[in-house]
Write a protein that binds this ligand. Sequence first.
Ligand SMILES: Cc1ncc(COP(=O)(O)O)c(C=O)c1O
Length: 480
Amino acid sequence: MIQEKKSATALLAIDRATSTPLYRQIYARFRAAIEQGVLHPGDRVASARDLASELGVSRGTIETAYNLLMGEGYFSSQGQAGTVVSPSLPAQRSARRERRRADAPTDRQALADARPPPPLQLGIPALDAFPRKLWARLTARRARAATPADMFYGDPSGYAPLRAAIAAYLAVSRGVSCHPSQVFVTGGYRASLALIAHTLLDKGDAVWVEDPGYPPTQEVLRSGGLRAVPVPVDDEGMVVARGVRKAAGARMAVVTPSHQAPLGVSMSLARRLQLLEWASRSKAWIVEDDYDGEYRYAGPPLPALKSLDGNDRVLYAGSFSKVLYPGLALGYVVAPESLCAAFATAAQTGSNGSPQITQAVVADFMRGGYFPRHLKKMRLLYARRRGILVAALLKTFGDEVRIDLKSGGMHLIARFDERTERDTELARRAQLAGLNCQPLSERGSAGFRDEGLLMGFTNVASSAQAQQLAVKLRKALGLR
Ligand SMILES: Cc1ncc(COP(=O)(O)O)c(C=O)c1O
């Protein structure tokens, strides 16, 4: 189906005014699509009858073009199964492949070739440990039971049972007390932040962001016409006094209090109270990005900043990317009760909502008691995987590496203090070897000085693999 659509799209621009016969134009467009890598060997193409009807030409015209393509080896007939781009099409007929070979390998290419997720990729949960069988069962059950009503537009604010399940989970696990009507389901963190900014701020407003921080935060704010003001982070989290000095009139602050992204520090109680006090005094908002607050390996998870929010200044943003998987593309915002109507209107204006079936499956997963079990399992697994990676790095680099471990999160920071190269160069070398280490310095503003390599440990499945990765990294960094 998808391939058929692709082929048809490639053919839409048929020019009836030129002297080039229609069959020749169709032939040429298929050839171009194959050579540009839009169509691949083995892709099914539309039947002559369907394509003729879609393009408003005679079936004979399409058949002539197809016969020509078959004669030249671009297409082959699979009998009842229809016509496909020849599976045996020589690789050199694809211009894209030729280009790829000619290019010097780039770090992006090396990563793309590593298949997802590349080793040490940040921010991805353990994809090998996801309960796929159970998920498939819950999904199949929902798909089978879907009624015509389930196929209609859903509530853009979110599927009601999921909103209720999220509210129940937050009350118990994150100390956040809210009514389901305060929960707005979104397509993930960026969508949540865009929804908040759109609902509460005006173009040109200043927003404090953490320095260093999570790059998409600034990108989303800037694309909404807002002014992101980097505010330094120390061992206690965002330095509120510096924020006041830099932009006292800011309308909002975006923070990651559970595990600062990327430094991993937890915001101290004193700082939390200071930030809340600033927001109350200035009538400003705080966005609490609690992207992986569930993952803490020393002691229980810290309560959310929102749990201390007596004056309703905090918008809590959660995501299922870390606790389930990022392909779900689901997140949520908890809005203050007084803003529910404004958020509902903004959600209605700005989106069609998230897929109903997906939301229903997540709700079933949460309400069926599987969610806390999954989180507990992942917490233990990540603690183990973190230990495995640390041990391998220490064994391979000895005192050439300094590892910054915080109480939680899904990545560590490795510092190579003796190296004269910048962390950007070290990361580039690692990436060329297919290891997706990220440079810490790139997460900060021009004035940010700290350096190191950020490494995700959640998908390091065994000691042997960790050792292999560490040795590969050592070689990539040019160490003997
Ligand atoms: C700091 C931070 N916030 C939020 C997210 C979650 O984003 P999303 O819901 O878009 O996957 C991530 C994911 O990597 C993150 O690192």
